[in-house]
Design a protein around this ligand. Structure first.
Ligand code: TRP
Ligand code: SF4
Length: 330
C-alpha cells in the first residue's frame, strides 16, 4: 500500500501542561500503535485552550511546548506521524468560520459538555461565543484532513456525533467533500490518582510522565490501599484497591495475577505490592526519560519538529480548503 492510500487518523490534545499517566493509558499508548498503521495527524490545540484560558493566554505557548516534549519523548515519531500546532495552521480557523455558518445554534446548546463545563468551572466565564463553538472548531480540526478515524475517550462522543451532523449538512448543502469520521473509542481503564480519586491534573493527584523515579516512589508509597488491610496479616481485595488500578495498566498479567492472589491470601504486603508497580512504571518510562533528557538539552529541536509538522499539515489543509472554496463558488 502506498503511504497515501493509508486511512487518515486525527486526534488532538489541549495544552494544559505536562502529561500524566492517565494521558498515557487513555490516549498516548493508542496513538503510538496507530502511527505505525495509519497516516496520523496529532495536533496540540492552542485555540481550544484559548476558549477557556483567554484571561491567562501567556501560559498556552509554554504548555504547548510541554505537550510536544511529552509526545516526542514517549515515542510519537515525526518520521511516522504529523505533529503540529493547530494555531499555526490558519486554515482551521477559516473552515471553523464556514462550518459555523451552517451549524444551527440548538445543536451546540444541547452538547452536554457545554452546560456541564459552565457549571463545573465557576472561576471563569465560559458563556462566550467561542466556547459555544468549541465543537465546531473541533469538527474543522478533524475534517480538514478528511480524517477517517478519530481516537478519543468516551467523553468526546457527543463532539464526534456533532462533527458528523455538521459534515452531513455541509455535504448535502454545499458539496460532497468530506468523509464522515468514525470514532475510535479508546477504552480508558480507570486510573486512580494519589488520593484514590480519578487521576486528573485538576485534582492535583497526578503522577506525571516527567516525574523522576524518586518522585514516583514518594507519590505511590503513601497511597491508601484496600481499607480492609489494616494489618499485614489481613487479606485484601485488589478490585477495591486504588493502587491496583496502576497494576492493571503497568504490571504484566502473570505478575499481576500472582500479586492479586498474594493480596487475597495476605501472602504479600502492601508495601511490597506497591514496589512492584513502582518498578514496572520506572522501567516502562526509562526510554522516555532518556529521550526527554536529550530534548531538554535542545529545545530548538522541538520547535523545528513542530514547524516541520505545521508545514506538512498546512499543505494538506490548504488542498482541502481549495476544494471547499470551489464548492462555495468563491
Ligand atoms: N476536545 C478534545 C479534548 O478536550 C480536544 C480536541 C480538539 C480534539 N480538537 C480535536 C480531539 C480533534 C480529537 C480530534 O480532549
Ligand atoms: Fe492493594 Fe496491593 Fe495492598 Fe492488595 S496488596 S491492598 S492490591 S496495595
Amino acid at each position: 500500500m502506498s503511504p497515501d492510500a493509508r486511512k487518515i487518523v486525527l486526534s488532538g490534545m489541549r495544552p494544559t501542561g505536562p502529561l500524566h499517566l492517565g494521558n498515557l493509558v487513555g490516549a498516548l499508548r493508542n496513538w503510538l500503535r496507530l502511527q505505525d498503521v495509519y497516516q496520523c495527524y496529532y495536533t496540540i490545540v492552542g485555540w481550544h485552550a484559548l476558549s477557556s484560558e483567554y484571561m491567562n493566554t501567556k501560559v498556552i505557548k509554554d504548555n504547548e511546548f510541554q505537550v510536544a516534549v511529552d509526545w516526542l519523548s514517549i515515542g510519537l515519531d515525526p518520521a511516522k506521524c504529523v505533529i503540529f500546532r493547530q494555531s499555526e495552521v490558519k486554515e482551521h480557523a477559516e473552515l471553523h468560520l464556514i462550518l459555523s455558518m451552517i451549524t444551527p445554534l440548538p445543536w451546540l446548546e444541547r452538547v452536554p459538555t457545554f452546560k456541564e463545563m459552565q457549571q463545573e468551572i465557576q472561576d471563569k466565564d465560559l458563556n462566550t461565543y467561542g466556547f459555544l463553538g468549541y465543537p465546531v472548531l473541533q469538527a474543522a480540526d478533524i475534517v480538514i484532513y478528511k480524517a477517517d478515524f478519530v481516537p478519543v475517550g468516551e467523553d468526546q462522543a457527543a463532539h464526534l456525533e456533532l462533527t458528523r451532523e455538521i459534515i452531513r449538512r455541509f455535504n448535502r448543502t454545499i458539496g460532497p467533500i468530506f468523509p464522515e469520521p468514525q470514532t475510535l473509542f479508546t477504552d480508558v481503564p480507570r486510573l486512580a490518582g494519589t488520593d484514590g480519586r480519578k487521576m486528573s491534573k485538576s485534582f492535583g493527584n497526578a503522577i506525571y510522565l516527567k516525574d523522576a523515579p524518586e518522585v514516583i516512589r514518594q507519590k505511590i508509597l503513601p497511597m491508601v490501599t484496600d481499607t480492609r488491610r489494616m494489618r499485614r496479616t489481613d487479606p485484601g481485595e485488589p478490585n477495591d484497591c486504588p493502587v491496583f488500578t496502576l497494576h492493571r495498566a503497568f504490571v504484566p498479567q502473570a505478575k499481576r495475577d500472582e500479586i492479586a492472589h498474594g493480596c487475597r491470601t495476605a501472602g504479600i504486603g502492601c508495601r511490597e505490592c506497591k514496589q512492584v508497580v513502582i518498578d514496572s512504571l520506572i522501567a516502562e518510562l526509562g526510554p522516555y526519560r532518556e529521550r526527554r533528557a536529550e530534548f531538554e538539552k535542545n529545545p530548538r529541536l522541538i520547535w523545528d519538529i513542530l514547524e516541520d509538522g505545521n508545514a506538512k499539515a498546512r499543505r494538506a489543509a490548504q488542498a482541502t480548503m481549495d476544494e471547499v472554496r470551489a464548492a462555495l463558488g468563491f
